[in-house]
Design a protein around this ligand. Structure first.
Ligand code: GLN
Length: 423
């Protein structure tokens, strides 16, 4: 479980922050109660970027996590601990949270499968809020079938359960069917229509990622799917809009951690709330709070926040329009493979650009799944590349069925990792 999900019984829910270093949850998140009902065995909490803000797990108060494919590279973030735990086969599946890509990007960097469910399909009760209108809890696992099994257990409308999140909506059931690769009929994707968003493969995408993406498209066509290329004029507006809206919501959500109502303090931290927050919160979180407060302030909110909400509407309408005609939209999961540790941490803008291909899905509240689609050879070994399928609202069953066919015919195995050598 990512350490921003409340679990009653373990002495953590730190959200990767020193400010919550002493915190122990007194209740279970709805997703945890759901998994307990299904007799799930919990092994532990996983490392994450502080309050989910980051793309490498390097902003974690506990220190960074390594990528199991290559220990000098990052595992992605913010759910980097969950993805690394699955990739190194420490667990069958892990929970992550996705506000702007934090399940899908680490899944791609670690060569595992990550599902960001439709906003409103899984309860957020007991998830420490970062940006409430985007936050979603979802599974990371080694295969599409395992991700599907965990999603089925945590989806809010299973067995008419009552959950404590006012944004939940019913999905009308979830019954995907998966077949072994050997049982797949000839052309198993026949009749399925896919669209490639052209803006997602233009500027800023590495040659390895682009080539691997083109190979995946060829494979989907060989499997019987039809693939068109479409243009999405609002696609590149999503990134700035996301960072404005997410920082605004974060500045409000994090106001509660003032060392008085919530959050610990220390003797060195001073007497005022501000000095305590300055002392206990990391640089990235303070940057987001300042950015959020600024773009919401009177005189600036029309220029930034209101325009960002307009851009969000544009992205939402455009993607929804295409999903009336197509079964899924396709993009690479990330502009590049996992970076070397330390490469981006001192340049926030470069770090933010890495979220280009994932944030629009959150702006539109859509479901998306990332599967491993290839391997890229870097000095000292290989690193995985991921493919993203974006589906219709509450269309998780169809989305996972298509991703399963791709995965079953691709068949790339996880690295051999001797986890005990790390101890
Ligand atoms: N990297 C993005 C951010 O820092 C996404 C994080 C997330 O999804 N929690 O905001």
């Amino acid at each position: 479980m990512k350490d921003n999900i409340c679990y009653n019984g373990a002495p953590t829910t730190t959200a990767g922050s020193q400010l919550l270093g002493q915190h122990a949850s007194s209740y279970d998140a709805d997703v945890i109660s759901a998994l307990k009902e299904c007799d799930c065995v919990f092994l532990g909490k996983t490392n994450m970027d502080e309050f989910g803000m980051g793309s490498t797990t390097e902003t974690a108060a506990a220190g960074p996590t390594s990528n199991p494919w290559n220990l000098s590279h990052v595992p992605g973030g913010s759910s980097g601990g969950s993805a690394a735990a699955v990739a190194s086969q420490l667990c069958t599946a892990a929970l992550g949270s996705d506000t702007g890509g934090s399940i899908r990007q680490p899944a791609a960097f670690c060569g595992v499968v990550g599902l960001k469910p439709t906003y409103g399909a899984v309860s957020r009760h007991g998830l420490l809020a970062y940006s409430s209108s985007f936050d979603t809890v979802g599974p990371i696992a080694q295969t599409v079938a395992d991700v599907s099994c965990i999603f089925d257990a945590i989806r809010a409308d299973r067995n008419g359960r009552v959950q404590r999140d006012a944004s939940l909506r019913g999905s009308g059931g979830f019954k995907p069917t998966f077949q072994q690769a050997s049982d797949l009929v000839l052309k198993p994707l026949k009749g399925k229509r896919f669209a490639v968003i052209v803006e997602a493969i233009e500027e800023g995408i590495s040659a390895e990622v682009r080539n691997s993406f083109f190979e995946s498209i060829k494979q989907i066509e060989e499997l019987g799917g039809t693939v068109d290329v479409v243009s999405c004029a609002t696609f590149r507006l999503g990134l700035p809009a996301y960072y404005i809206i997410a920082s605004s919501e974060a500045s409000s959500n994090l106001a509660r951690y003032d060392g008085i109502q919530m959050g610990s303090t220390s003797d060195d931290a001073g007497d005022s709330c501000n000095s305590r927050r300055r002392f206990m919160l990391g640089e990235e979180v303070r940057r987001r709070i300042l950015m959020g407060t600024y773009v919401l302030s009177s005189g600036y909110s029309d220029e930034y926040y209101t325009r960002a909400k307009c851009a969000q509407n544009g992205v939402h309408n455009e993607l929804m329009g295409y999903l009336q005609d197509y079964d899924a939209l396709l993009t690479p999961a990330t502009p590049d493979v996992a970076y070397k540790m330390g490469d981006k941490i001192s340049n926030p803008l470069q770090m933010y650009v890495g979220d280009l291909l994932t944030v629009n899905v959150n702006l539109a509240g859509l479901p998306a799944v990332v599967v491993r689609s290839g391997l890229s050879h870097v000095e000292g070994g290989v690193l995985p590349v991921g493919l993203q399928f974006i589906g219709k609202h509450f269309g998780e069953a169809q989305l996972l069925e298509m991703a399963h066919v791709f995965e079953a015919t691709k068949n790339i195995s996880l690295p051999e990792v001797d986890v005990f050598s790390w101890l």
